[in-house]
Every structure is written in C-alpha cells, then in structure tokens.
Design a binder for this molecule. Structure first.
Ligand code: HEC
Length: 82
C-alpha cells in the first residue's frame, strides 16, 4: 500500500514524538538530508520501534524526511507542532 510519507511520519513517529508525549516533537527540518540518511542506518535511534514501523515504512518516511530536511528546497519545520 503506497502511503504518503508525511502521513506515515505523523502517524508512526508521532505516536511518541508529540508535544507532551514520550519524546520531544521531531521534524524533517531538524536535520540535514545526509544526517537523516545515516541516522537509522547507523542505529542512532535509541528506542526500538520495529514492532510498529517496518523497514519498508521506514524507507518511505526517511525519503520524506530527506525531501523536507533543513537543506532541502522545502524544509518542514512544524509537521509535528512543538
Ligand atoms: C516508541 C516511541 C518512538 C517512536 C515510534 C519513534 N521514536 Fe524517535 N525517539 C523516541 C525516544 C524515547 C527518543 C529519545 C528522546 C530523547 O532523547 O529525549 C527518540 C529519539 C529520536 C531522535 C533523536 C532526537 C534528536 O533530536 O536527535 C530522533 C531524530 C527521532 N527520535 C526521530 C524519530 C523518527 C523520524 C521516528 C519515526 C520513523 C521516530 N523517532 C519514532 C521514541 C520514539
């Protein structure tokens, strides 16, 4: 099922990363594309979310994060409000 990266980001990352939630809000423009590219690959995310976010979904989300990263043409700063 081809789901939109922005929707998946909000739904899946946003379950924890939300104001008043388990983790602080995150947004694509928090990091440069190259950083997003390596962040999950290198296991920088300390919390295991493999139960809720599969590898296929993660790829779609990371592509979305890169497309709207700090150094992209369309940085997204407040998809998840702070
Ligand atoms: C099960 C809950 C959960 C899910 C789902 C989750 N995270 Fe996290 N994430 C955390 C926690 C907890 C931390 C550590 C928070 C801290 O250090 O304050 C964290 C840390 C991070 C950090 C490091 C903070 C920073 O500023 O460098 C980033 C970036 C991040 N998550 C992005 C994501 C993205 C993108 C997704 C979706 C693919 C995601 N997270 C899904 C709980 C989650």
């Amino acid at each position: 099922m081809a789901e939109d990266g922005a929707t998946m980001f909000k739904q899946k990352c946003g379950t924890c990363h939300v104001k008043g939630g388990q983790a602080a809000p995150v947004n694509p423009a928090d990091k440069a594309a190259i950083v997003w590219n390596k962040f999950f690959q290198r296991g920088r995310h300390k919390v295991d979310f493999s139960q809720t976010i599969g590898m296929d979904d993660l790829q779609v989300i990371v592509q979305y994060l890169k497309d709207h990263a700090a150094d992209s043409d369309q940085p997204a700063v407040a998809v998840i409000p702070r």
